[in-house]
Design a protein around this ligand. Structure first.
Ligand code: F6R
Length: 606
């Protein structure tokens, strides 16, 4: 999704902006641009990568303030003209904007009626002209931005540069923006974690905020004009390095980081003696947990798949009803909210607009929401104010891998904690804790001996479609495997609980159709074997993910063995070969695995 990076200080702004924008690249984008104030404001923008935009920059731009943007097209095609920044008619006001201005058609028509020539098809450009018109009234940049935004309907993370004022005005409404306070310099980013390379002191803006930023000061106010306190938060040092290191791609690096990421996630959160989880951030006592009538889990994409595993574990361990919801559907389905129930929203980025809307809907109806979030200080984490950080470290690849595992681990610990406050015995709790503590090591063991992944790739790489089938806890794992392969290899995939195959999808099978079966050694294994037989009888080629030493491997054409694992924790192991199949298929097909087409890392529009 779109990214913003801004700088005002005493150093040359251009290299700092380029560095910041490079750190935003993982979010997905199609064009880039920067505006530098050096007397006049100069704009350089281009379709393509930050490196391509860099190639059009003159070597001698000296300005010490500027704003940069990576655009993921929403209004208007992917063209140089539609790339940000956008300038006002005189060029004295220049903006970058994330979000969507819903009434842009009206605003653009009104500007054109006033004789203003619009140079792009975007909704954002209108804001630059509107601010300039307002500035003519009193030459007060903050007041001009405020009045212009009062006429806009929609969402914005906005940065405005003025030719005649040494400041940047920023505004936030439904699209994240964080200010970083340095020594004699100030940074602005739409992605908090990118600021950690520049400073550890940040100011989070709230929806409806406007801030006037100089090299040494930050002044915050509301859209109405009331002044607001500037609260500086010190960023925690991130344990993970967001650099590639020895790996060729972030996706592969992050797959291999799963053991350490899991260690960080479970560290200090398991009470072996009592066989219990210890998730302090939930702020729920055992008696609170004992009274919970039901749990709802909400997320999108990979987070939703993790939520489905969490749902099954909560029902198994805690014996309370749990149900999963697609975040983008949730608030439009008029949900009935029980204030005593628990609602978990699961999100890696903590910025997903659909998930954030669900949080607000639940809170509006008096419900309590807990976040299961990776990015510390993200919008959803702050909106929930309670929950669990999953501590995956920075996830740069668009296709989520290590965040999935940590979401599952966090939900497992939660299920255990509720379970212990109700019916789960200490011994069962201890057994699960022992199993969880083994997982990082078991993943390492598997990664050292990955099995015939490339044989699986040969079967799927040219397939018309690929089936992923599993039962019980492996059904959401099948969905996650399918999502990964679709995202990075662009192969249509279908994921089903294996028993559902015969009720329709089996019609698609032809001689040689590849099916990936996820079959750990659990109570539904034998049931899955029937679906394998039915598929083989119709010519399907079977790729089998199974536990080592299990004679079910006789059933597969390609057999990928994972180490033996506690049956409730199998998703943490079975997902890894699926991630590897997706990665290697994408590489074999020559795709940009870290930045798959059309996708964005953090989806901040509905
Ligand atoms: C899948 C993927 C997406 C995200 C989804 C939710 O690899 O990355 O499906 O899982 O957009 O994102 P978060 O977890 O940031 O809310």
């Amino acid at each position: 999704m779109c990214g913003i990076f801004g700088y005002i200080g005493s150093k040359r702004a251009t290299p700092i902006l380029i560095d910041g924008m490079r750190r935003l690249e993982y979010r997905g984008y199609d064009s880039t641009g920067i505006a530098i104030k050096d007397g006049d404001i100069s704009i350089f923008k281009k379709v393509g990568k930050v490196s391509e935009m860099r190639s059009i920059l003159p070597l001698n731009i000296q300005g010490t303030s500027g704003i940069g943007h990576t655009r993921w097209a929403t209004h208007g095609g992917v063209t140089d003209a539609n790339a940000h920044p956008h300038a006002s008619a005189s060029g004295d006001v220049v903006i970058v904007h994330n979000g969507i201005i819903n009434n842009s058609r009206l605003l653009r028509a009104s500007l054109m009626a006033q004789g203003i020539e619009l140079k792009s098809e975007t909704d954002s450009e209108a804001l630059a002209h509107m601010i300039e018109i307002e500035l003519a009234i009193d030459d007060d940049p903050e007041a001009a931005v405020r009045r212009a935004l009062q006429k806009a309907v929609g969402t914005w993370g906005l940065c405005v540069l003025f030719k005649n004022h040494d400041l940047i005005v920023v505004a936030r409404n439904g699209s994240p923006l964080v200010i970083g306070k340095g020594d004699g310099e100030t940074f602005i980013s739409s992605d908090g974690p990118t600021l950690s390379e520049f400073t550890d002191r940040v100011v989070y803006l709230e929806d409806g905020d406007i801030a006037v930023v100089t090299a040494t000061s930050i002044k915050r106010s509301s859209l109405k004009g009331d002044s607001k306190k500037v609260e500086v938060t010190v960023l925690e040092k991130s344990w993970g390095e967001a650099e590639l290191g020895a790996y060729e791609h972030f996706m592969l690096k992050e797959i291999h980081e799963q053991p350490d990421a899991l260690r960080h996630c479970i560290s200090g959160r398991l009470d072996r003696v009592r066989g219990n989880g210890r998730l302090g951030g939930l702020r729920l006592s055992p008696s609170d947990l004992a009274k919970v009538p039901h749990v709802r889990l909400i997320g999108c994409g990979t987070a939703l798949n993790a939520a489905e595993i969490g749902q099954l574990l909560i029902e198994k361990l805690a014996r309370i009803p749990a149900v999963t919801h697609i975040a983008s559907e949730f608030r439009y389905n008029e949900p009935v909210i029980n204030p005593n129930a628990l609602h978990f929203v699961i999100s890696q980025s903590g910025e997903t607009a659909d998930t954030l809307s669900a949080v607000k809907e639940i809170q509006l109806k008096g419900g309590q929401v807990h976040g299961v979030i990776n990015v510390v200080g993200s919008t959803i984490a702050r909106q929930c104010r309670q929950g669990v950080y999953i501590h995956s470290g920075p996830e740069q690849s668009v296709a989520s891998t290590k965040a999935f595992s940590n979401m599952v681990a966090a939900l497992t610990m939660f299920a255990l904690q509720v379970g212990r406050s109700r019916s789960t015995s200490k011994e069962r709790g201890q057994e699960i804790i022992h199993g969880l503590q083994q997982i990082p090591h078991l993943i390492e063991e598997y990664l050292e001996n990955q099995g015939p992944i490339m044989e699986a790739v040969e079967l799927v790489k040219n397939a018309k479609s690929v089936f992923f089938l599993g039962r019980g806890l492996s059904a959401p794992v099948a969905k996650e495997g399918a999502l990964k392969l679709m995202e990075v290899a662009y192969i249509p995939c279908l994921a089903y609980p294996a028993g559902e195959m015969k009720h329709g999808p089996i019609a698609l099978l032809e001689e040689g159709s590849p099916i990936i079966f996820i079959v750990p050694n659990d109570h539904v294994k034998e049931k899955t074997v029937s679906a394998i037989h039915e598929s083989k009888a119709r010519g399907a080629k079977i790729i089998l993910i199974h536990e080592e030493g299990d004679d079910i491997s006789l059933e597969g054409d390609v057999n990928i063995a994972i180490p033996k694992v506690h049956s409730l924790l199998s998703p943490l192991l079975t997902v890894v070969p699926l991630q590897l199949i997706a990665y290697h298929t994408a590489i074999t097909l020559g795709h940009d695995v870290d930045r798959p087409r059309n996708l964005a890392k953090s989806v901040t529009v509905e």
